[in-house]
Each structure stands twice: as C-alpha cells, then as structure tokens.
Design a protein around this ligand. Structure first.
Ligand SMILES: O=P(O)(O)OC[C@H]1O[C@H](OP(=O)(O)OP(=O)(O)O)[C@H](O)[C@@H]1O
Ligand SMILES: O=c1cc[nH]c(=O)[nH]1
Ligand SMILES: [Mg+2]
Length: 217
C-alpha cells in the first residue's frame, strides 16, 4: 500500500502543520479551521496528479484548445466533526465531486476504554468511483476503519484514498491491515511515533474537533 507523507518534503504545508500543532496559535479557532482547510487544498492538488486524464477539445472565443482534465468520478467522504474543514479544502478544488458524511464518536466506558459508534451516514452510491475519506487525525485508525465499513453499504469503490493530516504509526499499520492493499493510498502530512493511554496522538495536536468547534459537554 502506498503511503505518501508530505512531512518528508520541505514545503509551505509544514508552516500550516506547525501552526495547528502550536499550543498558542491553535487557540485561534478561525485560523485552526482555515489551516486545516488549506492543508486539504494542497493535498487535493497533489492527489489530483494520480488521477486518470484525457484530452478534451475546449472551444475558446478564438479556436479549439486541447486540455487534459481528470475523468475520475470522485466521492469525498468525511468523518464528523473534525473532518469538516479538511473536507471543505478538498471540495474547494474538487468542486464537481459527490459528497458523503459519516458520524463517528468515542463512547467512553470509563476514563480510558471506549467504543467507536457510527450512527449517521449520508452518501451517494460509490460503485466504481474514487473514494476519498478525509479525517485530519488517525490515532488508532478505528474511526477510519468503521467509517469505511459503513461506506461499503453504499457500494464498492474502484480506488480509495485515505487522507489524514497527523497519523500515528500504529494507525498507519492498522489501515494497511484493514483496507484493500491493491487499491488504497494513504496520504498524510506527519506520522507521529506514539499514542497515549487515552488514544491521543503524541505529540499530535490535541483534540482536532474541539479545537475547530469548541469543547463537547
Ligand atoms: O483513529 P481514532 O482512534 O479513531 O481517532 C481519530 C478520530 O478522533 C477524532 O474524532 P473525535 O472522535 O475526537 O470526534 P470529533 O471530531 O467530534 O471531535 C478524529 O477526527 C478521528 O475521527
Ligand atoms: O490525537 C487525537 C486522537 C483522536 N482525536 C483527536 O482529535 N486527536
Ligand atoms: Mg474530538
């Protein structure tokens, strides 16, 4: 399975990663959401290089211009809540895409143990399409796995792009085990070494959903 980690390349993307991680800068919620969105935009641009293209003859006011444009039928799927600004970044570039939304939340049994619950899915059919599942954080990989299983009730995609921003090494290994090897690519901007006893990524950035939208009760 291909794993593309933009953290290995020097680019302006790293500036946005530093800001969403930074304990002072990240408290500006508007900036936090916009940085996540910008990372989604950059990732969408890079991902577009992997699509299939064909030449179309475009009528201009003065003649015909051959232009190579993508042919993939895209479905951008996101995991609520933290996925929303990341999703918007992808959608800004892939504006013709169909969209899917899945809810996933951690239901705690005690302070450390939890199950992940999926209660809501709104999705088009995904058969033979290019499925992009966006979620900025991959900690255990459990939310991504269960969201993918929920998406499979809507059909079987031709290819899958798992798009995250910060992933733990454990989650990368988990995704490699539970997603189809031959048609999945993992995209991220950093792979962090650890998750703690609360299943938060270390150093990570904290709780992406809370930072984007405020704390839950
Ligand atoms: O890989 P996992 O161990 O499943 O953890 C990652 C999940 O945690 C976050 O969502 P969270 O459950 O905090 O919900 P929220 O977006 O509503 O804050 C994040 O957006 C992922 O969906
Ligand atoms: O580190 C983590 C783990 C789960 N959810 C987050 O937002 N951050
Ligand atoms: Mg959260």
């Amino acid at each position: 399975m291909k794993v593309i980690d933009f953290g290995q390349t020097n680019s302006i993307l790293n500036q946005y990663i530093s800001e969403i991680r930074n304990v002072e800068v990240q408290n500006d919620r508007l900036r936090f959401r916009r940085n996540i969105e910008r990372i989604g935009e950059i990732m969408a641009y890079e991902m577009s290089k992997e699509f299939k293209y064909s030449v179309k003859n475009i009528q201009t006011p003065l003649g015909i211009a051959p232009v190579s444009t993508p042919d993939n039928n895209l479905v951008i799927s996101t995991i609520l809540r933290a996925g929303l600004p990341f999703h918007q970044g992808f959608l800004s570039y892939f504006d013709g895409a169909e969209n899917a939304f899945v809810s996933a939340y951690r239901k705690y049994k005690d302070t450390l143990k939890f199950d992940i619950h999926i209660e809501y899915i709104a999705s088009p059919r995904i058969d033979d399409k290019t499925l992009i599942i966006t979620d900025p954080m991959l900690a255990t990989g459990g939310s991504m796995e269960l969201s993918y299983q929920a998406m499979l009730t809507k059909g079987h995609p031709a290819e899958i792009h798992v798009a995250s921003i910060i992933a733990s090494q454990k989650a990368i290994d988990h995704i490699k085990n539970v997603f189809p090897e031959d048609k999945t690519t993992i995209w991220c901007a950093a792979i962090d070494p650890e998750i703690n006893e609360h299943s938060y990524i270390v150093p990570g950035l904290g709780d992406a959903g809370d930072l984007a939208y405020g704390e839950k009760e």
